[in-house]
Design a protein around this ligand. Structure first.
Ligand code: FES
Length: 138
């Protein structure tokens, strides 16, 4: 798939990606998170950190820090919006295509940046489930 380039020589992003990159609503650290996880992308060396506050099995707040590119910031922000207010079981069903569709697409060359946000979410849910299993054994 050819890489789309703007007339100014930049990678062509959708308007939604550009808007979320410029004005991410969910960026930052969360106070008193239930789960904090980081994930790295070996292809570019970038990192993504996700904070979830979970109450009674519902994700009540989400924040993230991106040490990545515009596509990573935009997909992180979209991911946060898609899971906020959802039960863990619902958030688990989120597919990478839901994030990509919500953004009006992501250039193929930047798919790994979206995967990084998605993988971090999967890791956060997995950590939460481990914590829950541990607590139920007490
Ligand atoms: Fe590394 Fe996008 S290039 S996250």
């Amino acid at each position: 798939m050819p890489v789309e380039i703007t007339e100014r020589g930049h990678l062509k992003y959708s308007e939604k990606v550009l808007e979320r990159f410029k004005n991410p609503k969910n960026i930052g650290e969360l106070e008193n998170p239930t789960v904090v996880v980081s994930e790295g992308d070996p292809t570019c060396g970038d990192m993504f950190k996700m904070f979830l506050r979970i109450e009674h099995g519902t994700i009540v707040d989400v924040k993230f820090l991106s040490f990545g590119c515009a596509a990573n910031i935009a997909t992180g922000d979209m991911t946060a919006d898609l899971i906020k207010g959802k039960k863990i079981e619902e958030a688990e069903k989120l597919q990478i295509k839901d994030i990509i569709e919500g953004l009006g697409g992501v250039p193929a060359i930047k798919m790994h940046c979206a995967v990084l946000a998605y993988k971090t979410l999967k890791k956060a849910i997995s950590e939460y489930k481990k914590m829950e299993t541990g607590n139920s054994k007490l």
